[in-house]
Design a protein around this ligand. Structure first.
Ligand SMILES: [Zn+2]
Ligand SMILES: [Zn+2]
Length: 366
């Protein structure tokens, strides 16, 4: 295990030297991986390479993301970009507010961006009279809000979403079938974009799975995953020779994913559920089937199977993530993975960690 105890408490000269060297190296090394949250209630990780800091998914509220970054010793203001794996809410819940607060670009695939926008601004049905009424109301609100909101920078995303939902409910309840018109709220909105459009982002960059791109000092390789989203991806990040993989939300590990996860120094791997707990657990059958399917989530057994026979054992750190709170226990995930790793002498150097839902994992330096 790296950084093991020195035992007696007295350090030999050589040991002191080594400790100094390690500290010095860490002070200079700028490759860092910090899981802020992992699980079905929110996923987010900070990847640092050289002078570049990337937020991978923004599945917690902006406030909570910033709180956890500070807890983990990361500075929110230094983030350069956000990259998104897919549009499920546990990966994007705080995206818009975070991107707007920091004024940084968001990297999506085009299909994921579209799916995310549809999720935030569904087309809604309302009568012409209701539409006029809404326009009048919004014009009045606009006047009142514009100054305050612009001064403050941004409204809280939750308020925006709640606002949008309220409009939808009112509109949906009273829509008359004869006079229905489809009103896209984005089109209706003649207001400060950042204030009223919940899908407004300071900048959007598109990438495609299978086509590596660069953000500052970090090379990013997105790869397709099998999951029930519009265009889900995992990532391998490379900086200063270190490779870090994010591979969660996987129905199964396809040959392509297996190939992508070769030669990584750090692997964040999904270990979502225990099969028996899922089978006997509280989810309705349809949801159980979805989780179990080839576009659902990876079980402890499937993750262990991969570690045992599909993985090259190169990573210094294997982090199990996206554990279900209803259908898994950290110990079950750990035991399954440990058993898989201990079966191979070559894998014993792999340090196994578990990412949590409710608190950040200490930064890992590579
Ligand atoms: Zn998902
Ligand atoms: Zn997820």
């Amino acid at each position: 295990m790296r950084g093991g105890s020195f035992g007696s408490g007295f350090l030999s000269r050589q040991q002191k030297g080594r400790a100094m060297h390690r500290r010095a190296r860490y002070a200079q090394t700028m490759v860092r991986f910090t899981v802020l949250a992992s699980g079905s209630k929110g996923n987010s990780t900070v990847v640092t390479g050289g002078q570049t800091r990337i937020l991978v998914d923004a599945g917690l509220s902006c406030r909570e993301l910033f709180r956890r970054m500070k807890l983990a010793g990361e500075e929110p203001e230094t983030l350069d970009a956000i990259v998104i794996t897919h549009e499920h809410s546990d990966h994007v819940a705080g995206l818009a507010v975070t991107a707007r607060k920091l004024g940084i670009p968001v990297y999506f695939t085009e299909a994921t961006h579209r799916a995310w926008m549809r999720w935030l601004t569904p087309r809604r049905q309302m009568s012409y009279a209701q539409w006029l009424e809404q326009c009048r109301k919004q014009a009045a609100e606009r006047q009142a809000e514009a100054e305050a909101a612009l001064e403050e920078g941004l409204a809280d995303e939750n308020d925006l979403i709640a606002d949008a939902e309220a409009v939808e409910i009112i509109a949906g309840a009273e829509a008359s079938s004869e006079q229905d018109i489809v009103v896209d709220t984005i089109a209706v909105a003649e207001k400060p974009a950042a204030v009223k459009d919940p899908a407004f982002l300071p900048a959007v960059e598109y990438f495609e799975a299978g086509r590596p791109f660069v953000i500052g000092d970090v090379a990013v390789s997105p790869f397709t995953t099998s999951h029930d989203a519009a265009d889900p991806v995992g990532f391998v990040f490379q900086a200063e020779g270190a490779r870090m993989a994010v591979a969660t939300d996987l129905g199964y590990i396809s040959p392509n994913v297996r190939a992508q996860l070769k030669g990584v120094d750090l692997l964040l791997l999904e270990s979502n559920h225990d099969l028996e707990m899922l089978r006997d657990g509280p989810y309705p059958w349809s949801v159980k089937q979805r989780v179990l399917s080839r576009v659902g989530h990876l079980s402890n057994d499937a993750a262990a199977q991969f570690l045992e026979d599909g993985y090259d054992g190169q990573a210094a750190y294997v982090i199990l993530g996206h554990l279900s709170e209803s259908n898994n226990l950290p110990e079950l995930a750990r035991v399954a993975a440990e058993r898989a790793l201990s079966g191979h002498a070559s894998l014993l150097a792999n340090r196994l960690l578990l990412a949590c839902q409710h608190e950040p994992l200490s930064s890992i330096f590579l």
